[in-house]
Design a binder for this molecule. Structure first.
Ligand SMILES: [Mn+2]
Length: 358
């Protein structure tokens, strides 16, 4: 198993690469979407939460991920001994009509294929995605973690409708409303996912790129009146069973899975690792389940993290673990401190299980 760090778009520089290398990482998962662009409620030093108007403004729909940019990031990271293990998330500007089944769906699917080919040509083996209408929405922020550290949680269902122009919790139009996102059923959402996978998986497989699905965050059956896809652990199996392609994989988020009401996380992890469908792991801890849970420090939540790592080892998992979100620590660099704490804990776990094995 490899230790990795997730970096937001504005962090793709030498200082952050050095920080990752110093913490013992050999891999990075990078974001190309700028969640903080023109955002009012988001601090760039923390995970985005936003408000009912979402995060920031989505990107330029005509500006696809550039081959040169991808190759440059790979080259710069390599200088610090880091591989780019994955890109995380598509920009809603690039695929909102894939999610909504809208008029530009065919064009956007072609654009996605173009970007998948470029990612493969740059030597990046995976794209994580979150097939979701409302996206990561409905969460609160508070001093939930140990020592009153600021973290993210959920304090009950959020049913306020999504205004038109907001997709995947980002603004894809100049203004929001009037009106709301068109209605959609769970069956329609699964059909849309199937269309996406049917169109893109052959290109992904030919390009040496896995498409790795994140479960819903938060994993409620509906958020803001929109259906969710993977809000119970067995729905991951339904996604896997859509296609036997080796590129049909999981962005395995321990936190989101543990928040599901029907999750036995240890049996679940054993099953998906045994099927060799886990592309990479979001290694974070949580207390409680939807609709009332709180994100915690990696060592203080409901999940027995050493047990998870041993299950992954025993099933032969060779991929990357990244911290995902971490509570903000009380100092001048809350994001860095939170990540360094999580990475130190993870590195110790990985060293311990390696010794057990030998
Ligand atoms: Mn996650």
């Amino acid at each position: 198993m490899k230790l990795g760090l997730g970096l937001y778009r504005h962090q793709l520089d030498d200082d952050h690469f050095r920080f990752a290398a110093q913490a013992g990482c050999t891999a990075l998962v990078i974001h190309m979407v700028d969640y903080f662009n023109q955002a009012k409620g988001n601090k760039a030093g923390d995970q985005p939460t936003g408000d009912l108007h979402g995060w920031g403004r989505a990107g330029d729909p005509t500006q696809l991920w550039e081959q040169g940019f991808l190759e440059d990031v790979v080259r710069r990271a390599k200088k610090h001994g880091l591989e780019i293990a994955a890109i995380e998330n598509f920009d809603p500007a690039h695929w909102h009509d894939v999610l909504l089944d809208g008029p530009r769906k065919a064009e956007q699917l072609e654009n996605i294929k173009t970007m998948v080919r470029r990612v493969g040509a740059a030597g990046i083996p995976c794209i994580g995605y979150n097939f979701s209408l409302a996206g990561v929405a409905g969460r609160t922020r508070g001093t939930y973690a140990r020592g009153s550290a600021e973290a993210v949680g959920m304090e009950g269902p959020v049913d306020d409708p999504v205004p038109a122009g907001l997709v995947w919790n980002m603004q894809v139009a100049d203004t929001l409303g009037p009106g709301t996102m068109p209605p959609c059923t769970h069956e329609q959402l699964w059909a849309r996912l199937n269309d996406f996978l049917t169109a893109v998986l052959p290109v992904a497989e030919a390009s040496g790129v896995a498409l790795a699905a994140h479960p819903d965050d938060p994993p409620m059956p509906t958020i803001r009146g929109t259906p969710r896809l993977v809000y119970q652990p067995q729905l991951y199996q339904k996604l896997i069973d859509l296609s036997p392609s080796p590129s049909n994989r999981l962005e395995y988020c321990l936190g989101s899975l543990a928040e599901m009401t029907e999750c036995d996380l240890y049996a679940c992890t054993e099953s998906y690792a045994q099927q060799d469908r886990i592309a990479y792991v979001h290694f974070r801890n949580v207390r409680g389940k939807v609709p009332t849970y709180k994100e915690t420090f990696v060592d203080e939540g409901d999940i027995d993290m050493p047990r998870i790592v041993r299950i992954l080892r025993d099933q032969g998992f060779k991929g990357v673990l990244i911290p995902d979100h971490a509570p903000q620590m009380a100092c001048g660099a809350p994001w860095h401190a939170g990540m360094a704490f999580a990475l130190g804990y993870m590195r110790a776990l990985l060293q311990t299980i390696t010794e057990e094995n030998s």
